[in-house]
Design a protein around this ligand. Structure first.
Ligand code: 8YV
Length: 285
């Protein structure tokens, strides 16, 4: 079948697809399979399309209902990136609460003040803090397992109502998919429930949080944050750049050699299964 990919993902499995065309999305009447990384696809551009194989577990930018109506199958890459995302979550949590990035910047600027008692880099103890996990799926549970090793007390939505979780936690970490129910879930009103000095970590999707309201809260200095995702990536609200209480990463939660190769394996398995007329390995639609 005619395949167009918007990226050449890492990993050996890719070779099994043969000579795949890699290029940008543009109107094409010959393409039957698209391999994308959660980019929006204009279905009118691809009248022959039968499968979208998504190199991503999240498929929030793909119109699943429109695909269903047109008989276009969709697959994603669940399961293989839980550990990598949970690891980055813990990295951001530690970096913000222990001011690691601020410390690094100070050392590089030659501003290492002598004398521990005057050190401005007092952070917050990790053990004994309360971690509130919003979205207790595979990734949320992987975070909870790691948090136990750091002696964090873990609470999570379902077991604890969202408002109560936000008001109780020292650290809130977001792990929901982005969909109609979760868009703006952490609203301005709900952000206001966060305790003074608490930290928000987001490795899920920027739009789960009201970004303007979050920036306001961060600018006020009331809370801190570790953010891997933003509403209009790669745009990052400029007001965040000058805030030392915020650690920013460029959507790298799944970005390890091993995880990305495992994601490629799943994409390839879905494409090969589809070409053989077999059920998709990880169907979304
Ligand atoms: C990807 C992700 O980096 O899987 C997801 O949902 O957000 C990340 O793994 C991104 O989608 C590009 O493939």
């Amino acid at each position: 079948m005619n395949v167009l990919a918007t990226l050449r993902p890492p990993g050996d499995a890719w070779e099994e697809l043969g000579d795949i065309e890699v290029g940008q999305l543009a109107p094409r009447d010959d393409v039957e399979i698209l391999i994308v990384a959660n980019e929006p696809v204009d279905l009118d551009w691809f009248p022959a399309l039968r499968l979208i194989a998504n190199f991503s577990v999240g498929y929030d930018r793909i119109d699943i209902e429109a695909c269903r109506r047109r008989g276009v199958a969709v697959s994603n890459t669940p399961g293989v990136l839980d550990a990598a995302v949970a690891d980055l979550t813990m990295g951001l949590l530690l970096a913000v609460r222990r001011r690691i990035v601020e410390g690094d910047a100070a050392v590089r600027r030659g501003r290492w003040e002598q004398g521990w008692s005057e050190s401005p880099f007092l952070g917050r103890e990790i053990g004994g803090s309360v971690l509130g996990i919003v979205g207790y799926g595979r990734i949320g549970k992987a975070v909870a397992r790691r948090a136990a090793g750091f002696d964090l007390e873990v609470i999570y939505t379902r077991e604890t109502p969202l408002e109560e979780l936000l008001a109780r936690a020292d650290i809130v970490s977001v792990h929901t998919p982005l969909n109609a129910e979760t868009t703006g879930l952490i609203s301005r009103e709900r952000l206001a429930l966060l305790r003074d000095g608490s930290t928000l970590i987001n490795t899920a999707r920027g739009a789960v949080v009201d970004e303007d309201a979050l920036v306001d809260e961060l600018e006020s200095g009331r809370i801190s944050a570790g953010l891997d995702v933003f509403v209009h990536e790669p745009h990052v609200p400029e007001r965040l750049y000058g805030l030392p209480s915020v650690v920013l990463t460029p959507h790298i939660a799944s970005a390890t050699h091993e995880t990305r190769a495992a994601m490629t394996r799943i994409v390839v398995d879905n494409v090969l299964a589809f070409e053989r007329g077999e059920p998709l390995v990880t169907p979304v639609a």
